[in-house]
Design a protein around this ligand. Structure first.
Ligand code: CA
Length: 228
């Protein structure tokens, strides 16, 4: 597995390189946004660790740019943020980051997150079920279970849930869901998204179970794998 570390503080970048390499990862380092983009284009890493504050181009901009490019869209991103910036956390996930780690952090913690994100994002490709909180999705058998109980879903709801399960906690706008579930060229209207989200909700939350789908007013929807 190859990881690109994008971090302008050389000392931290080297600590990360050392720790990731001793865990068996192949590591490349970029110190600014521009060289990060060049390296991303040249060598498609399996995961990117992306510092938020960078010279030339912010981590947020890099993440957004990656999500717009078909060849980089599926590369998972872990964002490094400064301490306690809740607002930034939301913006980071919204820009397409898969997870975030708040500075200062221990290399051990970061490596645990790296493994978790790789497990989650590679699940579909390896034939392993996709998991998020109480949900399990078997992509080959087209089956969904919530706490072991089968959830019957129509194909559109299945695709919609898959998108949401691949990045739990990320808020998707209706436009984004339309692109991802129906395809960019579809003629489907935006309110169709709401209709299918409603159906998915009913199917998932049968028997009064806690609602796993969060509606973010005027923003969109997300899957909350661990709602309280
Ligand atoms: Ca920085």
């Amino acid at each position: 597995m190859s990881i690109l570390v994008v971090e302008d503080e050389s000392a931290l970048a080297e600590v990360l390189r050392y720790n990731l390499e001793s865990e068996g990862f192949k590591v490349a380092v970029a110190h600014d946004g521009r060289s990060a983009m060049e390296q991303l284009e040249d060598s498609h890493p399996d995961l990117v660790i992306l510092d938020w504050m960078l010279p030339e181009m912010s981590g947020l901009d890099i993440c957004r740019t990656m999500r717009r490019r078909p060849e980089l869209r599926d590369v998972p991103v872990i964002m490094l943020t400064a301490k306690g910036e809740e607002y930034d956390r939301v913006r980071g996930l919204d820009a397409g980051a898969d997870d975030y780690v708040v500075k200062p952090f221990s290399p051990k913690e970061l490596i645990a997150r790296v493994r978790a994100v790789l497990r989650r994002t590679k699940a579909g490709a390896s034939g392993e079920p996709l998991r998020a909180g109480p949900l399990e999705m078997d992509l080959e058998a087209h089956r969904v279970r919530r706490e072991g109980n089968e959830v019957a879903l129509a194909p559109t709801e299945f695709r919609l849930l898959r998108v949401l399960m691949e990045r739990p906690g990320r808020v998707y706008s209706r436009e984004q869901l339309l692109d991802l579930v129906w395809g960019r060229d579809s003629e489907v209207e935006l309110r169709t998204v709401d209709v299918h989200v409603r159906r998915l909700r009913v199917a998932l939350n049968a028997n009064g179970a806690i609602d796993l789908i969060r509606t973010v007013r005027s923003e969109g929807y997300s899957l909350e794998a661990n709602p309280n």
